[in-house]
Design a protein around this ligand. Structure first.
Ligand SMILES: C[S@@+](CC[C@H](N)C(=O)[O-])C[C@H]1O[C@@H](n2cnc3c(N)ncnc32)[C@H](O)[C@@H]1O
Length: 256
């Protein structure tokens, strides 16, 4: 076993995972098992707010997307909804929009959704976010929607994003948060009790919808996450809450 494998996991730890490799394997198997129903569940469980979040997120990066030479990577793209939102906002067909995920089944669904639906579909790449098959400094923007939280090592994920970004390039990570106050209380009841029950019935698989609230609970607070981004080489780091903090966008610019 190499040294990397002995390091403590600072990232997602699905039930039964012992190290980075087994955590990643469990996450991949989990998403592969729910791929056929993933979109339906997303829309039902979020009351369709997910569509608004993807659109709003893509709009935040208009300055980059309107550059005809933009190179954009949507990490952990799943069935591609964030990637499609980016593609729609890119002004030029020449802009390169790529979606990457390590679950083949999720990518297959993304590819079939893209067929004939827009003038230039995104490109899809099967790849692990912790070992991206791209050269240093290749992208102007790297996004991830509800995917980063599932990485087995958050710091390694941030370093890999920083590696593939060009100096001055931007990173945008959209993920769940923990709303405060009375809204937070109601939301936690929904998220921890009702959502896993509905998710289990609709998907026919128990694990993933119990894992979801647990993974959100383990995820660093906004302050901690911004500190980690800073350490990974990002400046101008910020967090913008969406929908009372149910979700939020982490942004950073790769230092020149
Ligand atoms: C909750 S889904 C999000 C999908 C999509 N971005 C969305 O907004 O609906 C998380 C995705 O992250 C992918 N994923 C998790 N860890 C990954 C890794 N290390 N490398 C690549 N993809 C990963 C999973 O396969 C899954 O498709």
């Amino acid at each position: 076993m190499d040294q990397e494998m002995n390091q403590p996991v600072v990232g997602a730890v699905p039930a039964g995972a012992r190290d980075r490799e087994s955590a990643a394997r469990a996450v991949r198997e989990m998403f592969t098992s729910i791929a056929p129903r993933y979109d339906l569940l997303n829309h039902v469980l979020s009351f369709n707010v997910d569509r608004l979040w993807w659109w709003r997120n893509a709009r935040k990066f208009d300055a980059i997307l309107q550059n005809p030479e933009a190179r954009v990577l949507d990490l952990c793209c799943g069935t591609g909804d964030m990637t499609f939102a980016l593609r729609r906002r890119a002004r030029s067909r020449a802009a390169q929009i790529l979606g990457a995920d390590f679950s083949h089944a999720m990518l297959q669904r993304a590819a079939s959704k893209g067929k004939g639906s827009m003038p230039r579909s995104p490109q899809w790449i099967e790849a692990d976010a912790l070992r991206l098959p791209f050269p240093n400094g290749h992208f102007n923007l790297v996004t991830s929607a509800f995917g980063f939280r599932n990485l087995a090592d958050y710091d390694a994920g941030l370093l890999e994003i920083a590696r593939v970004l060009a100096p001055g390039g931007e990173c945008g990570i959209l993920d769940f948060g923990a709303p405060a106050g009375i809204i937070g209380k109601c939301y936690r009841i929904y998220f921890k009790k009702i959502l896993p029950a509905i998710g289990t019935v609709l998907s026919g698989v128990r694990g993933p919808y119990a894992y979801l609230p647990a993974s959100v609970e383990r995820f660093p607070s906004p302050d901690e996450m911004l500190g980690r981004m800073h350490q990974a080489g990002f400046r101008e780091v910020s967090w913008t809450p969406y929908t009372f903090g149910v979700a939020g966008l982490y942004r950073g610019v790769k230092s020149v």
